[in-house]
Design a protein around this ligand. Sequence first.
Ligand SMILES: [Zn+2]
Length: 383
Amino acid sequence: MLWTLLLVVAGIVVARRFGAGVLAAILAAIWLAGVAGLWQRHQGGQGLMPSDLWVPAVGLAALGAGYAALIGRLRRRAREQQPAGAGLTVARPRGRAEPPAPPTVSPVQAASVREAMPADPAQPLSDAELDRYARHIVLRELGGAGQRRLRASRVLVVGAGGLGAPVLMYLAAAGVGRITVADDDTVGLSNLQRQVIFSTADIGRPKVEAAAQVLNRLNPHVGVTALVRRIGAGDAELVADHDLVIDGTDSFASRQAVNAACVAAGVPLLAGSIAQWEGQVALYDPARGAPCLACVFPEPPAPGLALSCAEAGVVGALPGVVGGLMALEAIKELARIPESGAGAGLRGRMLILDGLWGDTRSVRIPRRADCPVCGGEHSINGA
Ligand SMILES: [Zn+2]
């Protein structure tokens, strides 16, 4: 018993002094020696004894130390991807506790939370952030640099409905630093079949208020601003405050209004739409040569041809799939992954999903020189 205790203490001292990797190597050597000894006894015709249990015990300890060494190595690698200044903050406390979740914030208070978020992509990620975003940081295409870009990003999500729900939740979970969400609607019972950010108790509350509360609980590193209103064509100034606008509204008029504000502000617009069993996603960006929404949909649809979800119906999981695609494209754009040459975004392309037949395809969408919204001066500068 005393010996076991002494050996454990010795193991801890070795791990602290030389690292878990060295301890794992020593334990593995002892285990191999033990296995060899047992094998020799077995060859000599002797059976196993209860006291031989130390061999598998040491083997397990070697595995544990090896695992600890691997995790430590991954963490060090993530930290090495931080900018040069990060090396100066070696004295960071070892504790990995998350900051305490903020109390429920009202939309008005949320604005001040937003101001407190770090916006400098050069600022290193904290230990809590390294742990939270570990699966992002190990991605070669994203890494620590991409995660810091996400944290420095500002996104405006228009519409907190079926598409807005997964977009908001995945962007907050992914660590997009500042999220503004605009919607003038309240939660209704028939929303709950697909708008998974809300629960039954939210019925009657402003959608943005209920959504902001969920996002604040999900990730205290994200600043959320909730606007109980629609976004109109005259909102270019608000739009210009963001790096990307994500539109999940479901009427032609509101989509055209958001597009006009984005074109005026020169901010890319990631728009998705769904009806019945089908969905589509595209990135409109006339400031960088791609079409705007009005280039592709210049005229309002004929009455009766494009019904709203309330009239035509929509299958419950469809907004989850299409909204998830939108969140994925947003993460790629904000982390500048297509720009780096790894992968491609949906700039000038539309991804179409047919949920009934389990099929997807993507089509090129051309720019219109005579587009009433993005034509004129933009088409001269456009690529
Ligand atoms: Zn256009």
